[in-house]
Design a protein around this ligand. Structure first.
Ligand code: NDP
Length: 485
């Protein structure tokens, strides 16, 4: 896959096209720190071309039967599965994530996103309301037009397909922008679209930076729907642009997720689950549990066993089959992680594991962006490290005494995305789940996904929900038709 001469083009109107300005950015492989391809550095002119193509395609696509749209999306899912190995390798090289993770999680889930929404549109219902003896109402749910879809670098194809699939399944057309750091699988998806027979212009992918491509998409007057996943600071800018234009917006933003372990939990399961939720994808999953709270009577035992298990994670070349921990996505992100580890020490924390740059795993990865799983104890709940999103392989572990106390800790952040609770006491699980202010609570598990459930965050973790019916609702406009009797 390494191909320094590859210049990743845009995908507009079914064609791979160079950016109008002819400019490209280096695309760095995080494991080596070296450029391995280039990506289009597009601007407003490319966004305009994509909007024109999407607008033209909408006329026909919005009138295409659900059965036909479904057939094409199912074909896309099949092709993603057929190309699993190629896509997984591309994702691993682009992001630094272990190849085994891309193969088992990212790419299969991208395929299931297409399959899920391809079949969901065959099973929709429409509400009807009878108004006394006066009238009969029914609800039409129509596609809204062009959707602008902006996604981050941590789960590139998985998160982009989570938006593309429901948007186009519902009959919208789309202008998508992947992160400039991880454009490769979005590029390869263009090939999938062509082979699957997706009509030209239904999906357009414009590569480039947030300010040059993301901002013009959110500000474009003919893009009325914006689905954005990324950081809270960027989400705020997107909201500021969209609000006065009355766009329909869904924002999936950052998190600082609590992971609560009660002393009555199955500790083996809680430790295995917590190591995974702390360090999967080098801790770069918005749903990672970065604040671990353990009931005091189990605290010492938990910390020792957690550290022991985390120390067994093999950090290595992402392309090595045995690697559990790959590279951090970029130098900037690596610096951010280091900054927070230094800050933790200043705030009184104690490093129980990791904390400094490891030896490069091999010759090829000498200049790669690696950081080991890092565990910090002894920090106050309200310090910066416990409140701000790090988005790396760093967790804090804090003891607690009472249920109400840990609920307070869990909610003591501006974020509200997800949480895990580990306990054998079912009543407690229900009680705690009800009181934590987050969009998803996992009990005795983590990252179990059912595509039918609502997904999203509270507070500064975002607004709106996607997934299942929520996704179908977001990408359609409900219209009431009232017929007099
Ligand atoms: P960013 O917010 O930096 O970027 C997200 C996307 O927005 C990228 O494609 C970026 O482009 C683009 N962008 C940047 N500036 C603008 C702008 N002014 N207008 C429109 N688009 C813009 O997030 P990261 O890529 O750093 O991703 C990490 C963040 O994403 C974390 O905070 C994480 O929690 C969050 N996230 C949330 C999830 C959720 O479901 N709630 C899931 C996964 C991640 P470019 O990168 O090319 O500059």
């Amino acid at each position: 896959m390494a191909n320094e001469s590859l210049q990743i083009p845009n995908f507009i109107d079914g064609q791979f096209v160079a950016p109008v300005g002819g400019k490209y950015l280096d695309n760095i492989e995080p494991a080596t720190g070296q450029p391995y391809s280039q990506v289009a550095d597009s601007d407003t002119r490319d966004v305009e071309l994509a909007v024109a193509a999407a607008e033209k395609a909408f006329v026909q696509w919005s009138g295409t039967s659900a059965a036909e749209r479904s057939r094409i999306l199912l074909r896309m899912a099949d092709l993603i599965e057929r190309d699993l190995e190629k896509l997984a390798r591309a994702e691993s090289i682009d992001t630094g994530k272990p190849l085994s993770l891309a193969r088992s999680l990212d790419i299969p889930r991208a395929a299931s996103n297409f399959r899920f929404f391809a079949t969901a549109i065959l099973h929709t219902e429409s509400e009807a309301h009878v108004t006394d003896g006066l009238a009969f109402n029914y609800t039409l749910r129509q596609p809204r037009g062009i959707a602008g879809l902006i996604s981050p670098w941590n789960l590139p194809l998985y998160l982009l397909s989570w938006k593309i699939a429901p948007a186009i399944a519902c009959g919208n057309t789309a202008v998508a922008k992947p992160s400039e750091l991880t454009p490769m699988t979005a590029y390869l998806l263009g090939e999938v679209c062509r082979e699957a027979g997706l009509p030209n212009g239904v999906l357009n992918v414009v590569h480039g930076t947030g300010p040059n491509v993301g901002a013009p998409i959110t500000a474009h007057p003919r893009i009325g729907t914006i689905s954005f996943t990324g950081g809270t600071v960027t989400g705020r800018k997107v909201a500021e642009t969209c609000a006065p234009m009355f766009k329909k917006v869904s924002l999936e933003l950052g998190g600082k997720n609590p992971n609560i372990i009660f002393a009555d939990a199955d500790l083996d399961a809680a430790i295995a689950g917590s190591v995974r939720s702390s360090f999967a994808n080098q801790g770069q999953v918005c749903l990672c549990g970065s604040r671990v709270f353990v009931e005091r009577s189990a605290y010492q035992d938990f910390v020792e066993r957690f550290v022991e298990k985390a120390s067994q994670l093999r950090l290595g070349d992402p392309l090595d089959e045995k690697t559990d921990q790959g590279a951090i996505v970029s130098k900037t992100q690596l610096e951010k992680v280091k900054f927070y580890v230094d800050l933790a020490l200043k705030e009184g924390g104690k490093i129980a594991l990791g904390g400094s740059s490891p030896k490069p795993p091999n010759e090829r990865c000498q200049a790669g962006y690696f950081f080991p799983p890092t565990v910090i104890t002894g920090l106050p709940v309200s310090c910066r490290v416990n409140r701000e999103e790090i988005f790396g392989p760093v967790v804090t572990i804090t003891p607690f005494d009472k249920e109400e106390e840990v609920i307070g800790y869990a909610n003591d952040t501006e974020y509200g995305l997800a949480s895990s609770v580990w306990t054998q006491n079912l009543s407690r699980a229900h009680r705690v789940a009800e009181k934590i202010n987050v969009g998803t609570v996992w009990v005795n598990c983590w990252l179990v996904r059912d595509l039918r459930v609502p997904f999203g965050g509270m507070k500064q973790s975002g607004i709106g929900r996607e997934g299942g019916d929520e996704g179908l609702r977001f990408f359609t406009e409900p219209k009431n038709v009232c017929i007099a009797k």
